[in-house]
Write a protein that binds this ligand. Structure first.
Ligand SMILES: Cc1ncc(COP(=O)(O)O)c(C=O)c1O
Length: 398
């Protein structure tokens, strides 16, 4: 694969946009590879190509489902059958369908604090009652979940599900250990709590294997765990293609959903191209290259943070995924992460203020999420230097 420098990469300067440390998008140079272009050509030349242009099956294109069943089963030592897996239009679609079908308006949904803001948006669209469970550097705090479940039970409330990002969390970058996943499953079992695990960053580990998914750890115990995967982070988000692995009754319910039935499943066109790409043996080597690329980007960002950030600023060093989670030093009490975000943007670097990642924005005032995945590698140093100058400026105004 040839990794080119993309014209989309921007840095500060006349006529150029701010350095984008805000976006959790893949590196643009990894998208339109020669292998992917060949797969598009081969898929469109194939005799059954017309099927990719027709309405599809509710579960999604069969050959791609089979490829995913094989990969998930092989990597996690599971046996995932056809009844356990459906294609979806990206992880976003899976979250929306599960919220639509399992958390009726007013239903209680538990989320992590912090969490991925677009899912809060979806849950709010479905008028869910949201409760936040705190996290630490090891992910969701299971004892806090148990306390909240007991409290909700006393109110006569049974949560519809817990939404968690156990692997290379967005925004924290943290990964739950296997022991913590097991503890979570134990509490969920005790309270008959369904778990929705968003595992879109699972394949992007920089240091070898990650703990088994909650779905894998729960298999055979009759627990309700739904696990969501996506091609957005390891191939291309424009495909709008992901998958849902879940107990057969959940897959049946999601396939019977109005939006699945009316649209005829996730895009057959994208699925045919991706199946062609995977069958040609390109996906797994591509994932291995992505791991090296994002590890290098993480290292560049962390080195710049060490070089420029004022004392008392702390940050995470993620072992995979796209994000560093930064904790600002104490500043004048009136300064919010949102103010830092705004001044940094004016100075030429776009970052995400912590407020959006919490149900109560107040909890995010001291945090920034920094994505190393998208901006040009050569801009990461300049972006962090500018951000550090802005933070120093706020500190001096104390
Ligand atoms: C945790 C998480 N889930 C889901 C998504 C979106 O996935 P998809 O493009 O497959 O809908 C993202 C993208 O940033 C994400 O960070």
């Amino acid at each position: 694969m040839v990794i080119t420098n993309s014209a989309e990469h921007t840095g500060p300067g006349p006529g150029r946009g701010p350095i984008a440390l805000m976006l959790g998008h893949p590196d643009p140079a990894t998208l339109a590879t020669p292998e992917f272009r060949s797969a598009v050509a081969a898929a469109t030349d194939a005799p059954d190509f017309y099927e990719g242009l027709q309405y599809g099956l509710d579960a999604g294109t069969r050959n791609l489902r089979e490829l995913l069943q094989e990969k998930s089963s092989r990597e996690q030592g599971l046996s995932i059958g056809p009844a356990n897996l459906m294609l979806v239009s990206g992880a976003t679609h899976a979250v929306d369908v599960l919220a639509r079908l399992y958390a009726k308006p007013g239903g209680v949904v538990l989320v992590e604090a912090p969490t991925y803001p677009d899912t809060l948006h979806i849950f709010r669209d479905h008028q869910s009652e949201l409760h936040a469970i705190p996290t630490d550097e090891g992910g969701l705090i299971v004892s806090a979940l148990e306390e909240r479940l007991a409290w909700l039970k006393a109110q006569g409330k049974l949560p519809s599900f817990l939404y968690t990002i156990p692997t290379f969390h967005n925004p924290r970058g943290s990964t739950m250990s296997e022991a913590r996943r097991r503890a979570l499953l134990e509490v969920a079992d005790k309270h008959t709590l369904m778990i929705v695990e968003d595992d879109v960053y699972r394949d992007l580990s920089f240091n070898g294997p990650v703990p088994a998914s909650c779905f894998a750890l729960a298999q055979g115990h009759g627990q309700r765990v739904c696990s969501i995967g996506s091609f957005s982070k390891t191939l291309a988000p424009g495909l709008r293609l992901g998958w849902l692995v879940a107990p057969p009754d959940v897959i049946q319910t999601c396939m019977a959903c109005g939006t699945t039935q009316m649209g005829g499943g996730a895009s057959p066109f994208s699925a045919q191209v991706v199946a062609q790409y995977c069958r040609s043996g390109h996906w797994e080597p591509h994932i291995r290259r992505l791991r090296a690329i994002y590890a290098m980007r993480r290292d560049l960002m962390v080195a710049a943070l060490e070089r420029y950030m004022p004392a008392e600023t702390t940050w995470t060093r993620p072992e995979g995924g796209f994000f560093v989670w930064l904790t600002l030093p104490s500043m004048p009490s009136t300064v919010r992460a949102g103010d830092v975000q705004q001044v940094a943007h004016e100075a030429g670097v776009a970052v995400a203020g912590g407020e959006a990642f919490f149900l109560d924005p107040h909890d995010g005032h001291q945090h920034l999420r920094l994505a190393y995945s998208y901006a040009a590698p050569g801009d990461l140093d300049a972006g962090i230097r500018t951000l550090a100058q802005v933070i120093n400026g706020f500190m001096r105004s104390q």
